[in-house]
Design a protein around this ligand. Structure first.
Ligand code: SF4
Length: 702
């Protein structure tokens, strides 16, 4: 055997680890971390390290299928493409462009997002393009836009080794971004950096914390306001300096008067002295690096949580300099590339907004279309797409490399909506999934290592993931599927491509002069070296490790905004009938809804079933023992898992992993989303996965 090694980047979380993939005779043999890569320097976590069986796993889609007489039957690509094109055109003619919607994963490649957007926004005339970055990072994006004027994470991973304090909120990075956690833990050990963790649950990450603020779920705004209150009260804020780079200090101070630590202690359940200690630790820090992920973003107060956190690093001058700044890590590998190229219903390529007439004109000029073709009103968020399926306003739903039947909250309502679609296209790599089981058309797609394109990581680093082996059977790269359908709909002139590289060469031009400028990047450059951090406007530009180092922000007065944000309770209330708060999270063994990882024997065996973590006091009250099957019910439905009795959770709180749908290797009824609420933050339209009122009881049926 002669293994050929290929440089690539990880297809799972958004940290962007450099990987080496070994292949021989058209087969993937081994996957390992890339030594010397600036992100992970050879480190690799369980997901890619165990992913070799993913390429030969049962259920790989190899042929298109159309549902006839209730059954999915194999057809040729020509039949599938002409069927889809004809159906889409009929629906658009009858019900208008708004009756069509695309929802994709955030692990698609930048080139693929560009084609989805061009097809929908420029050719069809609908802004109904969404991606699962709506479910993951939309609130971070809106938080950045409102505070600093752009969805542009300013810090970089090199800051990890330069920080003297890590503020980690709403995330168990030890299991969700293990390579990041290893860097943080090593920096703490080597440099003596301190760690503050904010999490309602004791976790592998809080195990290394100097201060763990174990707050009640959803109370982060009250906590952040109290931290800011103490920072101001105890003289840790240089107000004159803050006024130079941030507006809104007077209004913020007024609001913060209402948040002494005693009040925050009542709201959050954290001891008052611990809040004061945490604030003093922040105040004394010379370089604080701030991390926050889905624990913040899965909330009806998500954008306010982001803003109130941004107030902390702005007040303490902890940003845009070595070791200091805000870093939100995306849950999926190309969430940032997706947003920057317009992959949400309110966005246009190149960090532009559909509601901005100048942005619409720039994009219309670029695409050579009338500005009237670009709709000025944001399209539907993914939750609103499902609402549209229920009401009949959306008739065609196209799911690309994602699994909304399992990933979206309130499963029963989601399934009812999806089943109403006249045309439900599922373009994916495996069948069955919870969504492909409902499809009217299934398209077999190539996966990572079987196709070529770029990913942009959470520190704005662009990398190339190239085709190494052929996809199985007739599976095609997503780019090719998209341009074939576009051409069949009559958009031949707009979609003349024959390679993803041609798509990239076009899309990078629309980023010119923007914070996501990719004009210094070529596939050739990415093949030879580690990719640069964007913006990278010219061929000889080294990339941009940190943004806004001149403290000039893209807002009208050049200053960031200190935003006074009041705490409000979550939408759902706890009562006698539903006395517990359900929070959710990831496990190290699975990714999203297990479409891939549930088919990898080692990963499945390590975490074959869902569980419910219950505080010992609550378990005793409800006569539940470790290992019992537990029913978790809300007003929306019921799910089950194995009881784990642990004081990692607070009394009154239960925890479940997110991963377990019913399509593979598990019995039905284990999915947390069966009970989760489908309300969302009105500013980001991101659903509240992390606060659902539930009750629990021992299940006697198993
Ligand atoms: S930490 Fe994230 S990017 Fe790195 S190997 Fe693990 S899943 Fe991949």
């Amino acid at each position: 055997m002669t293994i050929q090694w290929h440089k690539t980047t990880c297809p799972y979380c958004g940290f962007g680890c450099g990987l080496m993939v070994g292949a021989d005779k058209g087969k993937i043999i081994e996957i390992k971390g890339m030594e010397g890569h600036p992100v992970n320097n050879g480190m690799i976590c369980t997901l890619p390290a165990n992913s070799v069986p993913m390429f030969t796993a049962e259920g790989r889609l190899a042929k298109p299928m159309i549902r006839r007489n209730g059954k999915l039957s194999p057809v040729t690509w020509e039949e599938a493409i002409s069927h889809i094109a004809a159906q889409l055109k009929k629906i658009i003619e009858t019900h208008g462009p708004g009756a069509v919607a695309i929802h994709s994963g955030a692990t698609c490649m930048t080139e693929e997002y560009y084609l989805m957007n061009k097809l929908m926004k420029a050719s069809i005339g609908s802004n109904n393009v969404e991606s699962s970055t709506r479910l993951c990072m939309a609130s971070s994006a809106m938080g950045f836009v409102s505070t600093i004027g752009a969805d542009a994470p300013p810090a970089c991973y090199d800051d990890i080794e330069m920080a003297d304090l890590f503020f980690i909120a709403g995330n168990n990075m030890a299991v969700s971004v293990p390579a990041l956690f290893m860097r943080v833990a090593q920096a703490k050990e080597k440099n003596g950096a301190k760690v503050i963790v904010v999490d309602p649950r004791r976790s592998e990450t809080s195990a290394i914390a100097d201060i763990h603020l174990q707050i009640r779920p959803g109370t982060d705004v009250a906590l952040n306001n109290a931290l800011a209150h103490v920072l101001l009260r105890e003289g840790f804020v240089n107000e004159e300096k803050v006024e130079e780079y941030a507006s809104g200090l007077a209004d913020l101070k007024e609001l913060l008067k209402m948040y002494p630590p005693s009040k925050a202690s009542e709201i959050t359940g954290c001891p008052e002295q611990l809040i004061i200690d945490a604030a003093r630790t922040i105040g004394r820090s010379k370089a604080m690096l701030t991390f926050w992920f889905q624990g913040y973003n899965h909330s009806t107060q998500a954008v306010f949580k982001n803003n109130s956190l941004h107030n902390l690093w702005l007040l303490t001058n902890n940003f845009c300099r070595p070791g200091a700044g805000p870093l939100s890590i995306t849950g999926e590998c190309n969430a940032l590339g997706c947003r920057w190229i317009g992959g949400l219903s309110h966005l246009l390529p190149g960090m532009r907004m559909v509601a901005n007439p100048q942005h619409r004109q720039e994009v219309a000029d670029f695409w050579g279309i009338s500005i009237d073709k670009l709709q000025p009103i944001p399209g539907r968020s993914v939750i609103d797409m499902i609402k549209g399926l229920h009401t009949g306003d959306v008739r065609a739903f196209w799911s690309i490399t994602t699994n909304p039947a399992a990933s979206l909250p309130n499963t029963k309502w989601i399934l009812e909506g999806l089943m109403k679609a006249e045309l439900l296209i599922v373009q994916d790599i495996f069948h069955p999934t919870e969504t492909s089981n409902l499809a009217t058309v299934v398209l077999p797609a190539a996966q990572w290592c079987e196709k070529t394109g770029t990913f942009v990581s959470s520190e704005r680093r662009i990398e190339l993931a190239e085709k190494i082996i052929d996809p199985p059977g007739e599976a095609k790269p997503d780019c090719e599927i998209l341009w074939l359908i576009a051409r069949a709909m009559g958009f031949e002139r707009q979609f003349p491509y024959s390679s993803p590289e041609e798509v990239f060469e076009e899309l990078k031009k629309i980023t010119k002069g923007r914070l996501c400028d990719m004009n210094g990047v070529t596939y050739e450059r990415l093949r030879k070296k580690v990719g640069p951090q964007l913006p990278c406007p010219e061929a000889n530009h080294p990339g941009t490790p940190r943004l806004f180092t001149n403290r000039n922000f893209p807002r009208a007065d050049g200053r960031a905004a200190l935003l006074p944000r009041e705490y409000s309770a979550s939408k759902e209330t706890i009562d006698k009938e539903y006395p517990f708060v359900l929070i959710t999270g990831r496990q190290q063994w699975h990714f999203n809804t297990r479409t891939r990882t549930g088919r990898i024997p080692k990963l499945h065996q390590n975490a074959p079933d869902n569980f419910v973590e219950i505080h010992p006091h609550d378990a005793a009250n409800f006569n539940i023992n470790a290992g019992d099957t537990v029913e978790v019910a809300s007003s929306r439905g019921m799910t089950k898992g194995i009881a784990h009795i642990s004081d990692r959770v607070l009394r009154g709180t239960v925890y479940m992993p997110i991963h377990y749908g019913n399509a593979i290797n598990i019995e039905d009824g284990r999915l947390a989303n069966l009970v989760i609420n489908n309300v969302y933050d009105i500013h980001s339209k991101q659903p509240e996965y992390k606060f659902s009122a539930v009750t629990i009881k021992k299940s006697y049926s198993c």
